[in-house]
Design a protein. Structure first.
Length: 563
């Protein structure tokens, strides 16, 4: 098959596929958002006054059947904005509600919503906003749920404000709950410098007359953000919603699938739960000991992901103590920090079907970036590395293309001779290729090599928060957004035009015309892609031009020496 035909249809197939995805996301059917329901099934308005505390407490009075997960309530409004403790670190401003001693507010100090609005910071949690969200963590005493240190129990703090001081590497925020019979539970949140990890430790002091068992649980209650998707905003295609893991597999739970109140559940050791939105995430990782029961439920835009550790329960004897731990994450999806919390937690950076290629590609980019301290130069250098690795394959393809170029005069004569007999023309052309030892399909090899890396780069730029708002040089101050002046796409289109001039023209006039307009089509198509992706393609094209020019020169000299 003619290599130019394969090249043409391959490019158009890719463009049609991406455009179809964009069309479906923009204009495909979507569920109509409805007002969330409260615990009684009554309708409440999310834009009304501040929601009230949801008093739903998991029940663990009796053992559940094998494989069954206790039924936790469907999502309901977030907690109120009653008394809070304010915590400030170098990267986070957090509020902890004294109702349950849980994080219900979080502002990311280093992440502005837009680069041109540096004071407008990303607010990941806010109980008074739409969408709302909060962590719900607590301990349950079987048979005494209402008298347990649950996520609605009243806690006390020694201060209303805590701050990570200069020179300190961590900050402890203790909150305590005491029962009349002498049981005291202290929840201590530990924050770290330059980190979005929050360790949560329970210290149980049982001064009562009876031994008492405590069952830990943790939940993330969230109202999902439903993005207004547009093909001009690539970030809007990133998955938003609840995710869970059993420690190995990673499952995304589509909001649409949970809209009718369906529940999804499983039990495992070493799992975790999370809620992700674009480049940011909330995650809860229980202590690894014991089997935990996980559940995801939803109602319209509201969802609840929960973990209940009946098998991880601890018993504090009379006059004795016990402790439990879990880890929270509130912040950007920084892979180095996620990997330090749980081995599979970096999976929330969702590269999709190309994870096997995108994940190591990001690792290489990160390694190079550590040396050059600029993501744009890292992309250029990694593109050069990719070109070097695949040079033997692309060089063989380039030689085939160069020989095809040298054969153009002879092919033209064949076309003139057999203008009225297409079968004879094809037969003679194939015979000529065979005599000259040319594979006409070899020119497709560079395309086949480039396409997976192109798509992998696309997802790395889309999902990796490390490249969010990352500057390159001159006018390009955000590699994750389009070039504001369209200079880079124009340069890329010009480079594609010159690349075509180095390759043999298609024998079919229709194909030749199609190929001639491809640089224009791609320029328009790439104009709204992230600048980092266009930079990769432009760099790759320039390297291909240099490689093909050199090969053409060598082959021309070889052919001249034969004649």
């Amino acid at each position: 098959m003619d290599n130019q035909r394969l090249f043409t249809w391959g490019l158009f197939g890719l463009m049609l596929f991406i455009c179809w995805q964009a069309w479906e996301a923009d204009y495909g059917p979507r569920p109509v958002p409805a007002s969330p329901a409260n615990g009684n099934g009554d309708t409440v308005q999310t834009d009304a006054s501040i929601p009230t505390v949801d008093a739903d407490i998991p029940q663990v009075d009796t053992p559940t059947p094998d494989g069954a997960v206790p039924q936790l309530s469907a999502p309901a409004p977030a907690a109120d904005t009653g008394p809070v403790v304010r915590v400030s670190t170098d990267v986070l401003d957090v509020t902890i509600s004294l109702a349950g001693a849980d994080i219900n507010g979080a502002v990311l100090k280093a992440y502005p919503v837009a680069k041109n609005r540096p004071d407008d910071l990303v607010t990941l949690l806010d109980p008074a906003s739409d969408p709302y969200g909060r962590f719900e963590t607590g301990l349950l005493i079987p048979g005494q749920s209402e008298q347990s240190p649950s996520h609605v129990a009243p806690f006390k703090s020694t201060s209303s404000r805590f701050e990570l001081r200069d020179g300190a590497e961590s900050l402890n925020v203790p909150l305590s709950w005491t029962r009349d019979d002498g049981i005291t539970v202290t929840k201590t949140f530990t924050f770290y410098r330059d980190s979005y990890r929050v360790d949560l430790a329970y210290a149980i002091d049982n001064a009562s007359a009876e031994s008492t068992t405590f069952v830990p649980y943790g939940r993330i209650r969230r109202q999902a953000i439903v993005p207004e998707r547009s093909m001009f905003d690539v970030q809007s295609y990133s998955f938003t919603g609840p995710v869970t893991s059993d420690g190995a597999a990673y499952d995304k739970h589509e909001i649409d699938d949970l809209a009718d109140g369906d529940r999804e559940s499983f039990a495992t050791e070493g799992g975790w739960i999370a809620a992700i939105q674009y480049h940011f995430a909330l995650a809860l990782v229980p202590q690894p000991q014991g089997t935990w029961e996980y559940e995801v439920s939803g109602n319209n835009r509201n969802f609840l992901v929960s973990a209940l550790g009946q098998d991880a329960a601890v018993t504090a004897p009379s006059g004795g103590s016990a402790d439990l731990t879990m880890t929270l994450f509130v912040g950007p999806k920084l892979q180095s920090q996620l990997g330090a919390i749980a081995p599979k937690l970096p999976k929330i950076v969702d590269y999709g079907v190309l994870t096997l290629l995108s994940a190591p590609l990001f690792d290489v980019l990160q390694f190079v970036h550590n040396g050059v301290a600029n993501w744009g130069w890292a992309i250029i250098l990694v593109t050069v590395l990719i070109k070097i690795v695949f040079y033997p394959l692309t060089a063989a393809s380039g030689r085939s293309m160069a020989k095809m170029r040298e054969l153009q005069p002879r092919l033209k004569k064949l076309q003139e001779r057999y203008a009225e007999d297409r079968q004879a023309l094809s037969r003679e052309m194939m015979a000529l290729y065979k005599r000259e030892k040319i594979n006409p399909a070899a020119g497709c090899l560079p395309l086949l090599i480039q396409m997976p890396f192109f798509l992998a780069f696309y997802w790395v730029l889309l999902e990796s928060v490390e490249m969010r708002q990352a500057p390159f040089m001159l006018w390009i101050d955000d590699l994750s957004s389009r070039d504001p002046y369209f200079v880079l796409p124009l340069l890329m289109g010009a480079s594609m035009f010159f690349q075509q001039k180095l390759n043999p023209a298609p024998a079919d006039p229709v194909q030749a015309r199609v190929m001639s307009i491809l640089p224009i089509v791609f320029t328009a198509f790439f104009a709204f892609f992230p600048a980092g992706l266009v930079l990769y393609w432009f760099t790759n094209t320039l390297l291909s031009i240099a490689q093909q020019w050199r090969i053409n020169t060598v082959v021309a000299k070889e052919q001249a020496s034969k004649s």
